[in-house]
Design a protein around this ligand. Sequence first.
Ligand SMILES: [Zn+2]
Length: 321
Amino acid sequence: MSRNVTWDRGVSLPEHAIWFDPEVTRALAVVTHAHTDHSRRHRETYLTAETLALTAPSRRPKAARVLPLEAEQPVGGGKLTLVAAGHMLGSAQVFFEAPGGRLLYTGDLKLRGPRPVRMPAADVLVIESTYGRPHFLFPDHETVVEAIATWCRRVLAEGVTPVLLCHAIGKAQEVMLALAPYGIRFALEARCLPGTEAYREAGEAIPDYVELVPGEDYSNRVVIAPPAGKAAIRRLHRYRCALVSGWAQDRHFRAIFGADVAFPLSDHCDFQELLDAVDLVGPEQVYTVHGFTEDLARQLRRRGVRASGLRGVEQLALALT
Ligand SMILES: [Zn+2]
């Protein structure tokens, strides 16, 4: 494998003519999960069946090559394997092996969440750095879920509607699954419906929900809505908003999204998980993409790891719509 990794509107191995999560049309692409499908016209697109199902029909790739996790596929002069990423339903890392080396591209990654994840050893690691600054340290998943459930029950007991502000695809459904054992029933803003239906069709145990109808009263349900564009929420009688995001640890964010409280439940690695991921893979070279690329690369170099930032798009706007 050529170890030449570049950022060219997507992570690219130029000698193998393959792109990971490209933002523009390419001949050969791997789409790691349903947040990153920017183009539907790649000549060949490798992805999981669940990622395909979670992608809006109008944005589905025309030449989709569905690949199950852990199935080895010859492509681009090497062997491609999709590996569980722990980020959301269908999310995958890319493991690419060719004579000369092994590369792992994480895409969006979560080590300590409820979903399976595997970190194979590789010579080159391209890792996301969304929360690549040391102050991003999240409490464990169960503790945050418990805090969200307690807050929802308290707000409901006051006769007020709790509103959880979550990304419409992935996060909304993961939050519903996490809160299912608490017997909470949901009303979903329209943008959260397609993802929820795709989760249910994939066999996930999604709890009871109805569609939020603007102007109606929801005194016994928890509303889930995306953080941006809250027209339907403002028509609720009495409500209180909680932002559910790793950005809860950034105090400016609560105010930006008009949330009363914020819970740091993230489907991304926090700073310590990123360091742990690098340890598990044991690479000779690390490249960081997305978010705080230079910060994470600097922190890794301080720990004796060869690391540098690849340019990446800021995903914040995407993550919060
Ligand atoms: Zn994502």
